[in-house]
Write a protein of this length. Structure first.
Length: 146
């Protein structure tokens, strides 16, 4: 059985999904907001990050990063941070690297505790405050020579 769709509505839906988020995203345990400026975006998460909403954070950050050269993920208001949250940060790291978007995370105490266990080599870019994150310069990457 074939299913007919209106191509215009599919394009409009895709464009809406790709737009910089103008409204907060809220679920039962967390709230995500985004502010865009000339220098980039600050995505703020408050509440609890766990397996029920870590994917939402990843997608929310990706939507913002599609419109910016730098992103600050402010998790200083996160009260609980599960290992799924760390997986989300790892995915954000990979996607931002692939898109050549500079990013940094500002952790809360709960986030720092998980990062100390899951990221002992400090592979993820971390800043103590949003102001510090704004001051960070992009990391110098090694260039592969053939």
């Amino acid at each position: 059985m074939s299913h007919a769709t209106n191509p215009g509505s599919a394009r409009a839906s895709a464009a809406k999904d790709a737009a910089f988020p103008s409204q907060p995203l809220e679920n039962h345990t967390a709230r995500f907001t985004a502010d865009q400026s000339l220098t980039g975006a600050v995505i703020t998460a408050e509440g609890e990050l766990d397996a029920s909403n870590a994917g939402e954070l990843t997608e929310f950050v990706q939507r913002c990063a599609a419109h910016c050269k730098s992103v600050i993920v402010d998790l200083s208001g996160v009260e609980f941070f599960g290992t799924a949250g760390f997986s989300a940060l790892h995915t954000i790291n990979v996607r931002c690297a692939g898109a050549h978007v500079r990013w940094v995370v500002v952790p809360s105490h709960a986030v720092s505790r998980v990062l100390s266990i899951c990221d002992p080599d400090n592979a993820l870019p971390v800043a103590e405050t949003v102001a510090d994150a704004n001051d960070l310069q992009p990391r110098q990457l090694f260039q592969l020579i053939p």
